[in-house]
Structures are given as structure tokens and as C-alpha cells.
Ligand binder design. Structure first.
Ligand SMILES: [Zn+2]
Ligand SMILES: [Zn+2]
Length: 316
């Protein structure tokens, strides 16, 4: 079946590509034996198809970049390497960060920054960090009373929205947040409206305290508007997802704690105001789960060592 899908994908059959993506999300290892054929027929996108690539395929992609014969594909090939997160890919990316491959001057992006597309970060000092977890749970929306504690957005005066209220005392929450090092209660509060325009940071403690970060910078294009009520909904833990790759930023029921984000645009792992490193990824809340006409997705992030949380938003 996978061979047939690859043949159809080579003929630009979108349905076949979509079906391959479903396999890559549910059980990426099933594609591993076929990825050489996929590369042969030059299906390079979506790069996540290659997330379980083995050393042979990774080596071929690296050789193709080093060979410099297909500069038009350089961007896609690099995102493929990032998705594999393979040690060979990492070492090639480190090498290119000081010796760019042929044709790379066209791309004004550092080779190592591509790692973010694959959910990890490679510091020039040699350290490497996975920004995402390997365990994911569906997030189900539950109605909550409108808050009356007067905590409002300093920019638009709308009541702040509690995007997550988690406690690692629940072993499932602990598993979903294991990669962050967080222990205790975690409340991530943001402005449902202003987060659509810029990354909003908050300072958080393991006692569940949350404070708007005074360094948040209001975009100059953000006008004034009447305060509005955020959705009276909060995510609660649902069943475990079979794989960490099944969050959906588009579909109802796609909101997910832990695992890997589905980005609508390029990966946007916000940098921590405390240390300048990318924050760890916590989860996503799809607009479709908040509202019948909702779109876009809110992405939640955390850097435990610095006590910063962040929420950003993407839409098509
Ligand atoms: Zn606001
Ligand atoms: Zn930090």
C-alpha cells in the first residue's frame, strides 16, 4: 500500500500525500523502509514524512546538500534533516553553520536554526535540547465560570484567559511535561486577543502563580478596542494520544497537551526573555475547539529554569 501511495505522491496526487502524512503522524516508523523511494521520486514536502528516516536516507540528503546541484531544494532538504533529528543531520547542520554549503547564501537563515522546525535546538556550544515531549494527551474543553477576580490584560483590558492549569501531581501531566523539568502546578494565563498579535510572556511559579511579564512589548499597530470576554472554556486532560504527532491546529479535537506542535506557519518556538534560548513546548489549543467559527491555534511554551511561560498564535 505504501509503495502505491508513493507512486501516486510522485504524480502529485494530494490525497496520497495526505494519506502518507497520516501514517507519518500515527506511526512514523512504518514509513522508514520506504523513505529512500520517496527521496528517489523527489517528494520532499511535507518534510515530516521523513521524521523517522534512517542513517542511509539522512546521508543521502546531506550528500545532496553538499553536492550543491539542487540549490532550489536546499530549504526543503534542510527542513527534512531537522525533522529527522538524526545525529548525522545534527553534525552536518553544525558543520554548515560555519561552512555554508554551496548555494546557501540565498537563505538568510543560520543552518542550526532549522533545528526548530524539527522541535529541537542545537547550541553552537555543542549542547542539544529537545523542545517537545514524547507523550501527548488530548485536551478537552470544559466550560468554566467567567472570572470575576479583576485580572485583566494591561493592553486591551479584557479579562485574562487561563490557557492551562496543570499540576504534575497528576502522573499523566508529569509525563507530558517531563521534557520541561517542571514540577508542581503550572498556570499559563494570557490575553486571548492580544496573543494573536505578538508572543505574550508571563512569569510562573511551581505554586501556580502567574504574572504578566512587564517586558511584554505592545505592537505599535495594536489599536484600542472595547474589552471582550475570552472563551469561558479551559482545557482538561483527555485520553492519551497514540503518538506524539497527532495534535491538529486545524481540526476540532486537535488541542493537545505535550507531544509535538502542528504549526500553521513556520515553527515559532519563542525565545526565553530570561536566557535567550528557545522555550520548551507545552501544548496547543486549536481555535476550532474554542468556537464554532474559531481558526488558528494558540501555542503554549515554558522555560522552567527561568520561570517564563509564553503563548503565541498562528493562523493561515
Ligand atoms: Zn489584551
Ligand atoms: Zn530561559
Amino acid at each position: 500500500m505504501i509503495e502505491e501511495l508513493i507512486k501516486s505522491a510522485a504524480a502529485e496526487d494530494d490525497d496520497a500525500i495526505e494519506r502518507l502524512c497520516v501514517i507519518a503522524d500515527a506511526d512514523p516508523g512504518r514509513l522508514t523502509p520506504y523513505l529512500g523511494s520517496l527521496l528517489d521520486v523527489d517528494v520532499l514536502w511535507p518534510a515530516k514524512l521523513y521524521r523517522a528516516a534512517d542513517a542511509d536516507v539522512v546521508r543521502r540528503v546531506i550528500e545532496r546538500i553538499d553536492g550543491g546541484r539542487t540549490p532550489d531544494c536546499l530549504n526543503q532538504l534542510r527542513v527534512i534533516l531537522a525533522q529527522t533529528a538524526h545525529p548525522l543531520a545534527e553534525s552536518a547542520m553544525r558543520r554548515w553553520s560555519t561552512q555554508p554549503p554551496a548555494g546557501a547564501d540565498e537563505l538568510y537563515v543560520n543552518a542550526l536554526s532549522y533545528a526548530l522546525e524539527g522541535g529541537w535546538t542545537a547550541d553552537p556550544d555543542g549542547s542539544r535540547r529537545d523542545l517537545c515531549g514524547s507523550i501527548a494527551y488530548r485536551w478537552v474543553m470544559r466550560e468554566i465560570p467567567r472570572r470575576a477576580d479583576g485580572r485583566i490584560c494591561p493592553w486591551c483590558a479584557s479579562p485574562l484567559w487561563i490557557a492551562a492549569d496543570l499540576d504534575t501531581a497528576d502522573p499523566d501531566v508529569g509525563a507530558a511535561l517531563a521534557h520541561t523539568g517542571w514540577s508542581g502546578r503550572l498556570v499559563i494565563e494570557t490575553c486571548h486577543f492580544c496573543a494573536c498579535y505578538t508572543t505574550l510572556y508571563s512569569q510562573v511559579t511551581s505554586a501556580g502563580a502567574t504574572t504578566w511579564w512587564a517586558g511584554n512589548t505592545r505592537p505599535s499597530y495594536l489599536g484600542s478596542s472595547e474589552p471582550k470576554d475570552p472563551p469561558a472554556l479551559a482545557p482538561v486532560l483527555g485520553p492519551a494520544r497514540p503518538s506524539p504527532y497527532q495534535a491538529s491546529a486545524w481540526n476540532r479535537g486537535g488541542s493537545t497537551l505535550g507531544g509535538r506542535p502542528e504549526w500553521i506557519q513556520d515553527a515559532e518556538h519563542a525565545d526565553c526573555p530570561g536566557c535567550g534560548q528557545p522555550l520548551d513546548y507545552v501544548g496547543l489549543i486549536g481555535g476550532a475547539d474554542l468556537d464554532d467559527y474559531g481558526e488558528g491555534a494558540y501555542y503554549l511554551h515554558l522555560h522552567q529554569p527561568c520561570g517564563f511561560a509564553a503563548v503565541n498564535y498562528q493562523q493561515s
